[in-house]
Design a protein around this ligand. Structure first.
Ligand SMILES: [Zn+2]
Length: 255
């Protein structure tokens, strides 16, 4: 049997070996850093976390303290089909690099760290939820890109929070155009009829409280279309959790 100090020594050795073989890199620019899961001193100030006070529905920040449970004018004018949306960071600078690294450069190592920040922003959603479902890709696009970045984030969120992970409960049945380059109205039309809950998965949705996961909330067209389908399939509640958020007013069709 190993004594405590020998076990600790062996642990340190394992960590040291891992450090040499896989030196930790900045989540933003991939420069070397001392601790895994961190950003280098140049990247930190380029990340903007979303903080309270925020709209109780949309999770968008207020510039002045409004008290708990206050809802923004945007949420009152256009009530969304989901109960609440939360995001960890503003889609800008390093956050944008991280999203694109995960999506296009196979940096799946980013997902658990991004998920940690998402769970922090969405703590109140997690405590009210039964299952986590990613915004799905169409089968054709999945084959081309090999993995779904939203599923990577959703799987990490489920593992870290202990919630059920139900990626088969929502399908993308329409091959939609990429939303990039489309205005808000066109985005809505583009994702109309795009999602479906397969009959054999109704039990995973009906009567359940679901967190829908995506990488970026832009105009909300995609998550709104998906949330409507989940509600129609009997979901008791649908909340939306994304890593990054384009703030209303910052939206450009090319984002
Ligand atoms: Zn960096």
């Amino acid at each position: 049997m190993m004594t405590g100090s020998v076990a600790r020594g062996a642990n340190t050795m394992v960590r040291w070996t891992a450090r040499v073989l896989f030196p930790p890199v900045c989540l933003g620019c991939a420069d070397h850093v001392t601790q895994p899961g961190t950003l280098c001193p140049a990247c930190w100030p380029r990340l903007r976390f979303l903080e309270r006070p925020w709209c109780a529905v949309m999770g968008t920040p207020f510039s002045v303290e409004m008290g708990e449970g206050i809802v923004s004018a945007e949420a009152i004018a256009n009530p969304p089909p989901f109960a609440r949306a939360r995001s960890a960071v503003i889609y800008h600078g390093v956050a944008r690099q991280m999203v694109q690294g995960l999506k296009f450069r196979d940096r799946t190592d980013l997902a658990p760290w991004m998920a940690r920040w998402m769970l922090r922003a969405g703590a109140e959603l997690v405590s009210d939820a039964d299952a986590v479902i990613p915004v799905p890709l169409h089968r054709g696009r999945l084959l081309m890109r090999r993995f779904n970045q939203s599923a990577e984030l959703a799987r990490a969120c489920a593992r870290l929070s202990g919630l059920a992970y139900a990626p088969e409960a929502l399908l993308r049945v329409k091959k939609t155009r990429q939303q990039v380059g489309l205005g808000a109205r066109e985005r809505e039309a583009n994702v109309r009829g795009a999602f479906r809950v397969p009959r054999e998965r109704l039990a995973a949705v009906s009567g359940r409280r679901i967190i829908l996961i995506d990488d970026v909330y832009t105009t909300g067209a995609t998550v709104s279309a998906a949330a409507r389908v989940l509600k129609r399939a009997g979901a008791r509640q649908v909340d939306v959790l994304t890593f990054a958020r384009v703030l209303p007013g910052d939206f450009l069709p090319d984002e």
